[in-house]
Design a protein around this ligand. Structure first.
Ligand code: HEM
Length: 418
């Protein structure tokens, strides 16, 4: 029998040798990579100084702390000030590139869809939103976009009266409540009403708490909770199980899918019973979608709606809240906006339309500036690198040399740090 003391020595020696071998392979690989990049004229970009190099838990922990404290954007700016406008991190063993360099963002946005996509990073959304314009890449994404375009044109862009109806209700509610109100929560309800009306043809009227047809608080909580579960789904299963997140995993997802699904069922039923003749919600997105898609597959239709509803449900409300905040802080800008809108003559006989809004350059500039300063809502975009690509800047001593972003890595653009 092997002496226990000797067994421990053998085990320890084998483990140390294995570790040295792994470190050796790692060093060789990095040297080879550095030589390969140099030969091709690319450079490496700075690396975040991880304490946990393998799983990147230190990066994630600091980000979570900053997010909870409401200082996430400040935290990102500090990282860019430390490492430069483009740097690399590693999370769960994956190479993640962070950039706020406009030249790199331009290169990313103009890269072919075969090289840069959003599908793999959004895979966690599939169990919630299904397959559609938001969750898919490639051919499925292209077909969904092509199908949605005319539907949007017919329902959203051509019909401003729907928006005006919901705005009138918002103003009534604001007048009823008096001078001090939480504008953001009102905008969120108003745009929820508008979006439901536009997509489903249902007037849920959540802006008026007494008349509301749905339990808006539970619905919005289910939406927020579903979003959180999707973010959590990026973590390995064992971590999710350990933290107890798997217990209630599907509840919010089922609740939101069921909510939209019921309206889809009723629209398909209407379409089937009244096919060829006029239908109840003739100008709603869902009815146009059934016609355009030529399908009555309820899951497919529900997924198309969810793929538009979820990314759009609160974005406009948050943007308008930002516009109002900045206007309240800049009275001179507010006066100019007001003067331009009054001069446009919408109060008289001129109708507000998609095209007429383009004739308000100052208002458009204010909206764009509010977007630059405050939006989009989560302040970042995430792209999967499907084939090796080159970004023009980030490498070398001054961060102005091209860098290679290899296939399989992920590129984050921090818009608010730009
Ligand atoms: C001011 C309001 C809005 C802002 C700032 C905004 C911002 C964005 C951004 C930045 C993306 C790209 C996300 C990424 O690639 O990671 C996006 C995608 C998308 N948004 Fe919005 N959005 C707004 C309103 C809406 C609305 C109202 C809807 C629907 C009614 C909507 C539906 C979508 C969809 C379907 C996509 C995916 C498009 C695709 O991948 O081809 N958004 N939005």
């Amino acid at each position: 029998m092997l002496n226990p003391g000797l067994a421990s020595i053998v085990l320890a020696t084998a483990s140390i040798s294995a570790l040295i071998y792994i470190a050796y392979l790692y060093a060789i690989n990095r040297t080879r990579l550095a030589v390969h990049l140099k030969r091709k004229g690319y450079h490496r970009c700075p690396h975040y100084q991880h304490k946990d190099f393998l799983f990147g838990s230190d990066w994630r922990d600091s980000l979570v702390v900053a997010s909870i404290a409401g200082t996430r954007q400040q935290w990102y700016r500090e990282q860019f000030a430390t490492y430069g406008k483009t740097f690399e991190t590693r999370i769960w063993g994956k190479r993640i590139f962070q950039t706020c360099d406009p030249a790199n963002v331009q290169a990313e946005l103009t890269a072919p869809a075969t090289d840069v996509g959003a599908g793999p990073s959004r895979a966690g959304l599939l169990s919630w939103l299904g397959r559609g314009a938001f969750t898919m890449d490639g051919e499925f994404w292209r077909r969904s976009r092509e199908m949605l375009k005319p539907v949007f044109k017919r329902t959203a862009i051509s019909d401003m009266s729907r928006l005006e109806r919901h705005l009138a209700r918002l103003f009534d509610e604001l007048e009823r409540e008096g001078l001090e109100v939480d504008l953001q929560s009102h905008f969120i309800r108003m745009f929820l009403d508008f979006t439901m009306d536009l997509l489903i043809g249902e007037d849920v009227n959540t802006i008026n708490k007494e008349a509301s047809k749905i339990d808006v608080a539970s619905f919005l909580t289910a939406c927020d909770e579903s979003q959180l579960q999707v973010v959590r789904s990026a973590q390995p299963w064992i971590v999710r199980w350990w933290k107890g997140w798997t217990k209630t995993w599907n509840q919010p997802l089922d609740a939101t899918q069921g909510f939209i699904g019921r309206y889809v069922d009723s629209a398909v039923q209407d379409f089937e019973t009244k096919e060829g003749g006029p239908i109840k919600r003739s100008d709603a997105f869902i009815d146009e979608l059934i016609r355009e898609a030529g399908s009555k597959d309820k899951t497919y239709l529900r997924d198309q709606i969810l793929n538009v509803f979820m990314p759009g449900r609160d974005s406009v409300a948050i943007e308008i809240t930002h516009v109002m905040l900045y206007l309240s802080q800049n009275p001179t800008v507010y006066e100019k906006v007001r003067a331009e809108v009054l001069a446009a003559g919408f109060r008289d006989d001129r109708e507000i339309s998609y095209d007429s809004l383009k004739t308000l350059p100052y208002v458009n500039a204010v909206v764009n500036e509010a977007l630059r300063l405050g939006g989009p809502p989560n302040g970042q975009t995430v792209r999967d690198i499907l084939s090796d690509i080159v970004l023009p800047r980030g490498g070398g001593a001054h961060g102005d040399q091209p860098i290679l972003i290899p296939k399989g890595s992920v590129l984050y653009t921090q818009i608010r740090s730009m």
